[in-house]
Design a protein around this ligand. Structure first.
Ligand SMILES: [Zn+2]
Length: 209
């Protein structure tokens, strides 16, 4: 778990310094900075890596964003490596749409979703409720709702809120929990599951299916 811990806020801080303070505002990412962040992300995949070992030579993911309507279907891992252009498209779709801010999404989140979809036996696109969340957006949401953490992993590009058409969100949460790959939050009324690459933990509404 030590390697997972290395993928934390301080590392992103370092990455942000390398790209300049405005590196993640707007849609332009510094290439060196992005790749550096990617390397850090790749080093923090221990939880998912166990489940992915020995298979999944080619991993694809599909999203449709519930707020922007944007869609994406991409192979993001192939030949033993994460594909940077695909990850950049993912970063674009999962940006903070409220402030139009990009941030590198931890590929480990994609791996969690990839495994989740496989476990659910679905080939539908994930519906995204929230991906990256800028500090300003997180604060605004936190003031408006009791369910938003002050230091949300959404702010580190390590969390996504999703639902999967045809799969009950409670079942999705159960499958995510069984992965033991990070945090899982189940939101029954809003009908989505929060998945992240942080500590293994579960919260939200009781999972009853
Ligand atoms: Zn969330």
């Amino acid at each position: 778990m030590g390697r997972t811990r290395a993928f934390g806020p301080r590392m992103w801080q370092f990455d942000r310094m390398a790209t300049g303070t405005k590196g993640y505002h707007g849609i332009h990412l510094d290439r060196r900075g992005f790749l550096r962040g990617l390397g850090v992300a790749a080093a923090g995949l221990s939880a998912s890596r166990v489940a992915l070992a020995g298979n999944s030579a080619r991993r694809a993911i599909s999203f449709v964003h519930t707020h922007t309507g944007e869609q994406l279907s991409a192979v993001y891992y192939e030949g033993g490596a994460y594909l940077v252009p695909a990850l950049q498209r993912v970063n674009q779709l999962l940006r903070d749409f409220r402030t139009d801010t990009l941030y590198p999404i931890d590929p480990g989140v994609l791996d969690r979703l990839y495994l989740l979809q496989s476990a659910a036996g679905s080939d539908e696109a994930f519906q995204v409720i929230c991906g990256y969340r800028s500090p300003a957006t997180n604060e605004a949401l936190r003031l408006a709702s009791s369910g938003v953490a002050e230091h949300s992993l959404h702010m580190e590009g390590r969390a996504v809120d999703v639902r999967l058409p045809g799969i009950d969100s409670a079942r999705l949460a159960l499958l995510a929990r069984d992965q033991q790959g990070g945090g899982v939050g189940y939101y029954r009324v809003s009908d989505f599951v929060h998945v992240d690459t942080g500590r293994v933990r579960i919260w939200g509404d009781p999972i009853a299916i």
